[in-house]
Design a protein around this ligand. Structure first.
Ligand code: HEC
Ligand code: HEC
Length: 402
């Protein structure tokens, strides 16, 4: 017993010295971090759910590939295929993208990374009503989850980006998000020896001494985002034929979800739980905030005023608060919105073209509870990627390295 106490004390001492050393060196020379992080090697195997082919590409593998296309089967059924996935990136590009995703060096002042607003511990969202960018600037909309973005053809709540590469240039260069410029981003990354080496490894076709290019940065981050796959929830097990994966309440919830009374599956179509279309549902803004015209701006189309892209509901349990505005704090509140009457939350001076599947299903309290039970079966984080221990820039990972 005594010996154990001595060993523990010695352990604490070592930890304390380690803390002191680290505290002084991390603010000291660049050299220290360079040596420290030269240990970083890019992964040569694919993440789980992907298989390496002969061309060094990671190809998605999942049980939904056994089913025929969405068009052939009734929309929203259990054994239906997924839309086409964005895959074929190399393991090295995916792993480099992981480092970039977590590295605040991409922002103007080195304080904010993609993961600041898309935190793997919070369903790749941030737990806030709206995102908070550089210098604590509040954004206009909630940070969406990034699970399964590889399947999405349109990005952003208002569908204004057509690819992951196009999308990320929003936050990277927006003054109130990461605040960088193209020139600054290139200068920063090209000035870090670790990144020079890692980009050369991930893009082997370029000639020696080539500098890091913007499209290589975009490709790597898109490669990483495309590996955030969540398709093994209890719902999925049920869909593939394992009946016991859901309990009675959850199956009842699924049936309500798919019923022509509630109509959830008309828009949140399985297995992705979105049909990827724009729908005007008339969800409210938080008190005091102006009306968000949404997709009206994207398409310059009045009939889409207040319209938003139907979000996927996978891992929805993890990403409160809900809706583009973060107005609803719980799933129960969100689901209740649909049964409070068509257009009940639309401001009086707005005349919206509400979607025809938004109506008055008159769901009972019990039915709303069952819907929430069901939504919670869509949780699967088994392919959650590992947060890097150290970053190529040498910047501390702050709260992400726990
Ligand atoms: C300051 C917070 C913040 C940062 C930093 C940030 N995002 Fe976002 N992200 C958001 C918000 C808010 C939205 C939704 C904005 C909208 O729709 O108008 C969003 C949307 C997205 C989407 C669209 C998802 C969908 O379903 O349409 C993707 C993908 C994404 N971000 C990836 C990234 C990547 C990659 C980075 C780093 C380069 C990044 N984000 C940095 C807050 C942030
Ligand atoms: C007409 C299409 C449509 C129907 C029907 C529909 N939804 Fe939605 N749903 C949407 C759209 C669009 C949004 C995003 C709206 C916004 O942000 O203002 C959304 C948002 C949500 C969200 C919040 C997602 C997030 O990431 O914040 C949940 C939960 C949800 N719906 C559940 C349901 C349930 C349960 C039903 C059935 C009772 C249902 N929806 C019916 C289109 C639809």
């Amino acid at each position: 017993m005594k010996r154990f106490v001595y060993i523990s004390l010695a352990g604490l001492g070592v930890l304390f010295i380690y803390y002191l050393v680290n505290r002084t060196t991390s603010t000291q020379t660049q050299e220290y971090t360079q040596v420290f992080s030269s240990e970083i090697e890019l992964c040569t195997t694919c993440p789980p759910g992907f298989q390496l082919n002969d061309d060094n590409q990671c190809i998605s593998r999942n049980l939904y590939l056994q089913y025929e296309s969405l068009e052939d089967k009734g929309v929203g059924g259990l054994k239906t295929a997924l839309p086409e996935i964005r895959d074929g990136f190399s393991p090295q590009q995916i792993d480099l993208g992981r480092y970039l995703f977590f590295d605040p060096v991409l922002s103007a002042d080195g304080t904010i990374s993609c993961a600041s607003c898309h935190d793997p511990e919070m369903g790749f969202s941030d737990g806030k009503a709206v995102g908070v960018g550089i210098h604590q600037k509040k954004l206009k909309r909630a940070s969406p989850s990034l699970w399964n973005v590889a399947y999405l053809r349109k990005l952003f709540w208002d569908a204004r980006a057509g690819s992951l590469e196009e999308q990320m240039q929003g936050p990277l260069y927006a003054e109130d998000e990461m605040g960088a410029t193209e020139e600054q981003l290139l200068a920063t990354l090209n000035g870090i020896r670790n990144y020079q080496r890692l980009f050369a490894e991930a893009f082997p076709k370029r000639t020696a001494n080539d500098s890091i290019k913007l499209h290589e940065i975009y490709t790597s981050i898109a490669a990483f985002e495309s590996t955030l796959i969540s398709l093994n929830s209890r719902y999925d097990q049920y869909a593939h034929g394992y009946h016991q994966a859901l309990n009675e309440n959850e199956i009842e919830g699924l049936n309500i979800f798919r019923s022509f009374v509630a109509r959830c599956a008309e828009c949140h179509t399985p297995p992705l739980f979105t049909n990827q279309q724009i729908a005007v549902i008339g969800s409210p803004e938080p008190d005091g905030l102006p009306f968000d015209p949404g997709a009206e701006i994207t398409f310059n189309d009045k009939t889409r005023r207040g319209g938003f892209k139907v979000p996927s509901l996978r891992n929805i349990e993890k990403t409160a608060p809900y809706m583009h505005s973060g107005k609803f704090n719980t799933l129960r509140e969100t689901v209740e919105f649909y049964t409070k009457g068509r257009g009940h939350a639309v401001p009086k001076n707005e005349n919206l073209f509400l979607h025809w599947h938004i109506w008055e299903p008159n769901l009972t309290d019990t039915e709303l509870d069952r819907l929430v039970d069901f939504l919670k079966t869509l949780t699967d984080e088994s392919f959650k990627p590992k947060v890097p221990d150290i970053l190529p820039s040498g910047i501390d990972l702050q709260n992400f390295n726990s």
